[in-house]
Design a protein around this ligand. Structure first.
Ligand SMILES: CSC[C@@H](O)[C@@H](O)C(=O)COP(=O)(O)O
Length: 366
């Protein structure tokens, strides 16, 4: 790659810490993303059900951040649960996995993380490395930290691979918040090449659509990029086509909540529109995601697109903007077919079409 990861780490210092594990009293501390950008307050969690509720209420959101949070939710099941034997501990963990998995349906990282935590526990018990519930707690804490550390490392690598797609002076259109708040690390997925470029002195700026109805673009992407001194311009969602048509966008970079083997990309509602317009205008469209976001088993018809509370659309932050009882359809993700995707950028490399052949090859799975 030609860029030293350790040196890069010293140059990227995101200010926000969205997920903190406090070891002294086994507590998960989350930055409350519902309140940003107006208040930086934290919520403390000590059990899996409250952790699932925090994911459902979007105190924490964004696919990798949901995965890391869920991993710590599994730790909480052992840290503050009632299990006194290893069999009971495994049952507690299976219940925690079910509660966490029910929190939100689309982000693959959630299911990936809970499954990994459960199989780590089961292996540690069967191979004798956890002989007591106390020892199992140590194993679980180390695994959750490994998930966080691997995500951090993956984002730096995606940033370095993605640099190949960034030229000095580029303006990049994104969608939603696929930044450090969405991944828990402070770096992000779609923002990884942007942060790496910025850290290396390559001039790059971002156009962030507001991303109705939850306004992740306006409230979060703009906030975290401004906090780190990266130039960003906020636009209304309806301005997306016009800014591309005006030649103001060099590339589109988005994150992903799930990517299928054949290259279908699930991401925040509005992503599909960006991809189609970009394709029509000859602007490259990249989805940037770690391997934990890939779902190599499901087909399009298997994936559930989350629909959220109609009031998210009828109101803006509690203020009504439509007749009270208007029927609402509020899908919060969409799916972009592979023909609109120029490339997928992962920590293992850049994946080009044909995706059904190249996704398993680059990710080294069958
Ligand atoms: C780094 S993340 C990519 C996606 O998770 C992000 O763009 C997104 O769609 C988040 O949706 P959210 O509903 O806010 O959890």
């Amino acid at each position: 790659m030609g860029i030293d990861i350790e040196e890069l780490k010293s140059k990227i210092n995101p200010r926000l810490r969205p997920i903190i594990w406090r070891d002294s009293d086994n507590t998960l501390v989350l930055l409350d993303q519902r309140k940003l950008p107006f208040e930086e307050t934290y919520v403390e969690l000590r059990d899996p059900q409250s952790t699932a509720d925090a994911i459902r209420q979007m105190i924490v959101r964004g696919a990798p951040a949901i995965g890391i949070t869920a991993a710590y939710g599994m730790v909480l099941a052992i840290a503050h649960g009632n299990a006194s034997t290893l069999d009971e501990a495994l049952n507690e963990l299976a219940r925690a996995r079910d509660a966490l998995n029910a929190a939100r349906p689309t982000a693959q990282n959630l299911f990936w993380a809970t499954e990994r935590m459960l199989s780590t526990a089961s292996n540690a018990i069967h191979n004798g490395s956890a002989k007591s519930v106390r020892e199992l707690l140590g194993v679980m804490k180390r695994e959750a930290k490994a998930i966080f550390d691997e995500e951090f490392d993956a984002e730096l690598r995606m940033g370095i691979y993605g640099l190949e797609k960034v030229n000095d002076g580029d303006t990049i259109l994104t969608q939603c918040n696929a930044g450090g708040l969405a991944t828990g690390t402070g770096i992000g997925t779609a923002t990884a090449p942007i942060r790496v470029a910025h850290a290396l002195g390559i001039r790059v700026s971002v156009i962030a659509p507001e991303t109705r109805p939850w306004l992740q673009g306006a409230r979060l992407t703009v906030y975290e990029l401004m906090a780190d001194g990266i130039p960003v311009t906020l636009i209304a969602d309806t301005a997306v086509g016009y800014v591309m048509y005006r030649g103001m966008v060099n590339s589109v970079m988005v994150g992903a909540d799930r990517i299928l083997r054949d290259g279908h990309v699930y991401n925040k509602i509005g992503t599909f529109k960006e991809a189609v317009i970009a394709h029509e205008l000859g602007i490259p469209f990249y989805a940037i995601a770690p391997s934990s976001t890939f779902d190599l088993r499901s087909r399009v018809e298997d994936v559930k697109i989350e629909e959220r509370d109609p009031d998210e659309v009828r109101k803006i932050r509690g203020v009504p903007i439509a007749p009270e009882n208007v029927p609402v359809f509020n899908p919060v993700f969409d799916v972009t077919p592979p023909k609109y995707v120029t490339a997928l950028i992962t920590e293992r490399g850049i994946i080009y079409p044909p995706f059904d052949k190249n996704v398993p090859r680059v990710l080294s799975v069958r």
